[in-house]
Ligand binder design. Structure first.
Ligand code: NAP
Length: 493
């Protein structure tokens, strides 16, 4: 594949390329350019030069292009689904679900075409007004992760473009092909030259440069907290506004009165979706002691039934790459060394060819995890979950909130009083009660603590891409009294 700068597909200025592997079998499927600083400069310049024209086009015209992009994606959705299966190893159902999410997001944002507003505020007298315009930032850098590579790209491109910003997109090095596919559809839909640019290459090599570029005004990034911290430091050089959607460590709470079948379905979704590589994945399972044995027996039964392998037919695909697999193996090894009991899983499965060299790992459940253990404190990002018994609501809130992350949380109970109390006391950006995620386009996806800042979705998310500009106007005529300026200075003038 190639990068896309100022309306042209091209190689990187150094001609260097990187390999993209299929996580299901470890084979190289394509190469992609390792962009250089020169390429970054070209992309940012193109985005800046095209900004005025794109902004002046108006929101309705921009929305038409977004609707058309969604239409083109819908028409070719099977291609995108297949790419997600190839590039991420998504199982078929999940690939299809992600494409639904992409379409929903683009259409949702485009529907704001006639809903954006500023306001007029009264000044200090009736002839004075303050016009508060909402204006785009200018050049936006969008940095995306690999776990939902189509949805994350759509969720950044659509609001940034609708609001009149221009973009340099830098996708994850694990999923450059999906990003390029989506960019093509936006271009085909009519996004003008320079407005949308695609740069690929290692974040560790070009990331610092792109974030602190003097012409960049906003950086929207989804990824790990450690990368988010680097971005924050770098953005201190250009004061770019930041939207940072970072790590999660969701508590999944099963109260004593939970509907067990319904809860089992939801934990299966929340833990094993995308092989546990989701920022809203259940990572800490707290179960009320009264139903612990019954719930665990059934949860283990479901977990053992999960089919691993061929993304076309399996329930669980591979992890994204070799280092993700090594990371999960070390989580489990460390748990064993610390004396934890692995109730099921814990190994690389023995699969037939061609999946023998893929990055698969068994769904794994670890019992009686101590609250201070890394299993409950660090993001695992794989098909592994720790469990613990709880008995009181105080314990529920204390343990659920005891995390440096604060994105998603889940509660299963039939008790309306507990639902309301938990809505107040659980300090996470999202609380799902008796239902699975994911977040809706009309919800505001945001996190507390080290999960980042700002958010995406809903009118709150759109406003993140708009700056408020104030114009003060006095339309009275004639002389003016200014308290601190002596009037006699102007005598006879
Ligand atoms: P990551 O390693 O932090 O990478 C995210 C993006 O940042 C990639 O495009 C990466 O490029 C780039 N990057 C790396 N170093 C950079 C630097 N110094 N400056 C600028 N960009 C840089 O995260 P990931 O492994 O792709 O994604 C998994 C993480 O994302 C998890 O922590 C998950 O919880 C989080 N996530 C959060 C949300 C949310 O909404 N809160 C949603 C999805 C995922 P390269 O790929 O080239 O390194």
């Amino acid at each position: 594949m190639q990068i896309y700068i100022n309306g042209e597909w091209r190689d990187s200025s150094s001609k260097d390329v990187l390999n993209k592997y299929n996580p299901a079998n470890g084979q190289v499927i394509d190469t992609f350019p390792a962009a250089t600083k020169t390429d970054v400069d070209d992309a940012v310049d193109a985005a800046e030069d095209s900004f005025e024209g794109w902004y002046n086009l108006g929101t309705s015209e921009r929305a038409k292009i977004l609707f058309k992009a969604a239409h083109l994606i819908a028409q070719n959705r099977e291609e995108l689904e297949n790419l997600l299966m190839l590039e991420v190893g998504k199982i078929k159902r999940e690939a299809s679900d992600e494409v639904d999410g992409v379409l929903d997001q683009i259409n949702y944002y485009a529907e704001f075409e006639r809903k954006l507003t500023g306001q007029i505020v009264e000044g200090t007298n009736s002839k004075r007004k303050i016009f508060q315009y909402k204006v785009p930032y200018g050049v936006v850098v969008a940095i995306t992760p690999w776990n939902f590579p189509a949805a994350m790209v759509a969720r950044k491109l659509a609001p940034a473009l609708l609001t009149g910003n221009t973009i340099v997109l830098k996708p994850s090095s694990d999923t450059p092909l999906t990003a390029a596919w989506i960019v093509k559809k936006f271009i085909e839909a009519g996004v003008p030259k320079g407005v949308l640019n695609l740069i690929t290459g290692k974040g560790s090599e070009i990331g610092d440069y792109i974030v602190q570029h003097k012409k960049v005004s906003l950086v929207t990034m989804t990824g790990s907290t450690s990368t988010g911290q680097k971005i924050m430091q770098n953005a201190s050089n250009n004061m770019a506004k930041l939207i940072l959607e970072l790590g999660g460590k969701a508590p999944f709470i099963v109260w004593k009165d939970a509907d067990i079948r319904r809860t089992l379905k939801c934990i299966t979704w929340a833990k094993y979706l995308n092989v546990g590589q989701s920022c809203i994945a259940a990572e800490r399972l707290y179960i009320h002691e009264d139903i612990y044995d019954e719930f665990m027996k059934k949860f283990l039964e479901v977990t053992k039934r999960i089919k691993i392998g061929n993304p076309e037919t399996a329930d669980l695909g591979p992890l994204i790459n070799k280092s993700a697999l090594k990371n999960i193996q070390s989580v489990v090894e460390n748990a064993k060394e610390s004396g934890y009991k692995i109730l099921t899983g814990g190994n690389v499965p023995n699969l037939e060819e061609p999946y023998r060299n893929g990055y698969f790992f068994e769904p794994t459940v670890i019992e009686d995890v101590n609250q201070d253990s890394p299993i409950f404190q660090e993001e695992i990002f794989g098909p592994v979950i720790g469990t613990e018994k709880i008995s009181t609501t105080d314990e529920l809130y204390r343990k659920a909130n005891d995390s440096k992350y604060g994105l998603a949380s889940y509660l299963f109970t039939e008790d309306p009083e507990l639902m309301l109390e938990a809505s107040e006391k659980i300090r996470f950006g999202e609380l799902y009660i008796n239902m699975p995620g994911p977040e809706a386009s009309q919800g505001y996806h945001t996190g507390f603590r080290m999960t980042g800042q700002a958010g995406e979705g809903s009118i709150f998310g759109i406003n993140e891409y708009l700056k408020v500009k104030n114009v003060y106007i006095d339309y009275s005529r004639g002389d003016l009294k200014i308290n601190t300026v002596r009037d006699s200075l102007f005598d006879n003038l």
